[in-house]
Design a protein around this ligand. Structure first.
Ligand SMILES: *[C@@H]1O[C@H](CO)[C@@H](O)[C@H](O)[C@H]1NC(C)=O
Ligand SMILES: *[C@@H]1O[C@H](CO)[C@@H](O)[C@H](O)[C@H]1NC(C)=O
Ligand SMILES: *[C@@H]1O[C@H](CO)[C@@H](O)[C@H](O)[C@H]1NC(C)=O
Ligand SMILES: *[C@@H]1O[C@H](CO)[C@@H](O)[C@H](O)[C@H]1NC(C)=O
Ligand SMILES: *[C@@H]1O[C@H](CO)[C@@H](O)[C@H](O)[C@H]1NC(C)=O
Ligand SMILES: *[C@@H]1O[C@H](CO)[C@@H](O)[C@H](O)[C@H]1NC(C)=O
Ligand SMILES: [Zn+2]
Length: 671
């Protein structure tokens, strides 16, 4: 499709234009708006037929800086029309086109830095804005649309929108959508290396992900940056729209409040509205965190945790009754995860209310530990919150279990330890049991999102072992899910999709003799312990014969196959990262708890001298203000099983995944 075009008819405006076009490579005035007039939803947006969305129009008049225009007076007489390509009606005034009232004019001012020099100088550019917003619209007819904003007496911004031909026939009754947060193929390969045994280079068992019916891969770019964060990448998956980092199911506008930005309807909202079926969210993160929140929340700032949880129980309309929004999750049927901060009455919860009680009053079973989770029946909706903050990691829950004490993370908020926590598998299987029971009542099918959140969280702190433990737990959960679907007779009706929201630049490049490394005195000598090519050796994680260092090897009796036998072999994998802060590297498991690779000093982060003390110093490549590793550009894999899975072959954009799932569920069309 054509790119956004700005046409000028007045030469006085033409002369000013080059400044507008060359500025703002990495420091943008507004990411969704490269011109002085903004149509949001922006150019290149596709909608599911009947999917709800808002429109925000902005006309900018920068007061100063290189983009200064029209003496800082924004055109408030702008016009906006919609043309359905091929329609004889031409471009129809938007209020008439949608059959709604012309919205009121709004005005405000914001500022931004044009580049690092301006930021250093503390010299922000000021912008005055004239705007209108339409709320809760939809496009029902398939085809291409041109949304045209005309302003400053001759400038025009045209957004090309498209509505693909609706697929209304349902091929899958249920969808289970697994997200390995930050998970790349490199990590899956590393997890296979430590969790599965090979003989002479051939694996004797495989990951469940290796055995899925369909493999594809997806591109993860943001609307306004090539690296994405977990909020906008999850919104791309759930709503089929590109947006800016930090945004959940809204396109970022330039107003100060995060709650009035133009919204988009999510797959969970659509499933509730059109199918009337139950939806579930399971995560090993704080449940208000970006990926679970992407099912229901609409906010420019992913950190509005209390409001995110409010939207699990109510709708955006209840949050601000002046902003019409015809849908909402309105009571997610199953919610399992961490993040008691938003439930215990206090400063983290919406209006300081006790949200355990709010959910109980709305008819939910409420549980706070694994024993209670196991006892849940499918008769009611369920809320399970098992920790303050994110759940403890698989490695600590199963191997270094002493690390569960002293965390003061009980979900009751009473400062005791959460020692009876479920894992992703426990939560996911119970969620399916409850959703299946609920869905049976009206034969609706169900939609479940299950997230292995701490693959990402542990990669950020360069704790590769914990990250891979989480990944193996995800794989084990997928395996158990397929088995459980067979048992309850739903396998043939269930589409399973497994993917990530983005990657991290992690890969394994050799083996490391951790004993030799620890005993050398200089950084350069320590690096001699890294074995490359033929000296990378064989995986030490499965082979338990021979002597083990320090005799502190943990041996699994009860974890069954598909996990390492030991986590601290003498010959460990040597791995590295695409973008890191300064840190120390010794390639040993962090048995004492989650790795803390950096320490903060006045001018930013430095290597933490207490982390991997026997390792060598590795110089960082990131800004000193960054104390963790960061997301990277890589495409990520998509695996699928079941009805509708064929659509997931090939290479496509993250937003296409929403359409593939919606098509399998037959959610397009109608109102
Ligand atoms: C723009 O004006 C504001 C307010 O007068 C001022 O603080 C700022 O430094 C100016 N920015 C530039 C880029 O000149
Ligand atoms: C609701 O949205 C309107 C329009 O953006 C805004 O003026 C108002 O402050 C909002 N109310 C609340 C309670 O956020
Ligand atoms: C689980 O929670 C219930 C209710 O608070 C409590 O009675 C029980 O002792 C807890 N079980 C464990 C193993 O912590
Ligand atoms: C089943 O449908 C009825 C009627 O539409 C509705 O009242 C009820 O809540 C639905 N049950 C479930 C479990 O969704
Ligand atoms: C290693 O530890 C095990 C279990 O604590 C103990 O039985 C064994 O004697 C130890 N072996 C050596 C060589 O210290
Ligand atoms: C974590 O667990 C390991 C082994 O169980 C133990 O050696 C270590 O002291 C624990 N760390 C903390 C902070 O409890
Ligand atoms: Zn993420």
């Amino acid at each position: 499709m054509a790119i956004l075009s700005t046409m000028m008819k007045r030469s006085s405006i033409l002369l000013l234009l080059p400044a507008v076009l060359v500025s703002a490579q990495t420091f943008q005035r507004l990411g969704t708006c490269p011109t002085l007039g903004c149509v949001i939803p922006p150019d290149q947006t596709d909608f599911l037929a009947g999917q709800h969305f808002d429109i925000r129009l902005e006309v900018h008049a920068p007061v100063n800086g290189s983009e200064a225009f029209n003496e800082g007076v924004p055109d408030d007489a702008f016009t906006f029309c919609i043309e359905k390509v091929g329609s004889k009606k031409g471009c129809v005034d938007a209020a008439k086109f949608f059959g709604v009232k012309e919205p009121a004019l709004e005005k405000w001012t914001f500022d931004y830095f044009e580049d690092l020099f301006a930021q250093d100088a503390g010299s922000a550019s000021v912008v005055n804005v004239a705007s209108k917003a339409f709320r809760g619209l939809s496009l029902r007819e398939p085809g291409e649309y041109l949304a045209k904003l005309s302003y400053y007496g001759g400038m025009q911004t045209v957004a090309h929108w498209a509505v693909p031909k609706p697929v209304t026939k349902r091929t899958a009754k249920n969808v289970i959508f697994f997200i390995g947060d930050g998970m790349t193929q490199n990590m899956i390969t590393a997890a296979r290396l430590i969790g599965h045994k090979s003989i002479n280079g051939r694996y004797q068992t495989l990951m469940q992900m290796d055995q899925m019916e369909v493999l594809g891969h997806q591109m993860t770019h943001s609307i306004d940056s090539f690296i994405t964060d977990s909020a906008n990448s999850a919104s791309a998956l759930m709503s089929g729209k590109k947006c800016s980092s930090g945004s959940l199911n809204v396109w970022g506008d330039s107003t100060p409040t995060p709650f009035d930005d133009p919204k988009m309807e999510t797959i969970a909202e659509l499933f509730k509205r059109k199918r009337g079926g139950p939806i579930g969210m399971v995560s090993t993160a704080q449940i208000a965190d970006a990926t679970p929140a992407s099912l229901c929340a609409h906010t420019r700032d992913r950190g509005t945790y209390a409001a995110n949880v409010f939207e699990y129980l109510h709708s955006p309309q209840d949050l601000n009754s002046t902003l019409a929004w015809p849908t909402g999750c309105g009571g997610v049927d199953v919610i399992f995860g961490g993040g008691a901060e938003q439930f215990v009455a206090g400063k983290g919860s919406w209006e300081g209310k006790d949200f355990y009680q709010e959910f109980a009053k709305a008819g939910y079973n409420v549980v706070q530990n694994k024993t209670q989770l196991e006892g849940l029946s499918g008769s009611k909706k369920a809320l399970g919150i098992f920790t303050v903050s994110h759940l403890s990691k698989w490695l600590d829950r199963h191997v270094y279990t002493n690390n569960l004490s002293g965390q003061k993370n009980s979900p009751t908020g009473d400062g005791s330890d959460a020692t009876d926590q479920p894992g992703l598998k426990d939560m996911t299987l119970k969620a399916i049991e409850i959703l299946h029971a609920q869905a049976k009542k009206n034969n609706t099918g169900f939609f479940l999102m299950s997230e292995a959140a701490s693959i990402d969280k542990m990669m950020h702190v360069l704790d590769y072992d914990r990250a891979l433990g989480e990944l193996l737990e995800l794989d084990d959960t997928i395996r158990a899910t397929i088995q459980y679907l067979k048992e309850i007779g739903e396998e043939d009706d269930t589409l399973i999709v497994v993917t990530a929201d983005h990657g991290h630049g992690f890969d394994v490049f050799g083996g490391a003799d951790t004993k030799y490394l620890a005993e050398q005195d200089t950084d350069r000598a320590k690096r001699r312990a890294v074995g490359i090519y033929e000296q990378s050796g064989l995986s030490g994680y499965q082979v338990v014969s021979g002597s083990l260092p320090n005799n502190n090897t943990v041996v699994f009796g009860d974890q069954g196959p598909n996990f390492p036998v030991t986590w601290n072999p003498r010959y460990a994998f040597a791995a590295g990262f695409g973008g890191t802060p300064d840190h120390r590297e010794g390639y040993v498991v962090n048995s004492g708890g989650i790795r803390q690779p950096t320490a903060e000093e006045e001018d930013g982060f430095v290597a933490n001298p207490n982390d991997q003390p026997n390792g060598f110093h590795a110089s960082g490549t990131l800004p000193p203000s960054s104390g963790q590793g960061v997301h990277s550009l890589t495409d990520v894999s998509v695996f699928a099983n079941g009805p509708g899975s064929d659509a997931f072959r090939g290479v496509y954009n993250n937003v296409d995944i929403f359409f593939k799932i919606a098509n399998a569920l037959g959610l397009a069309g109608g109102d």
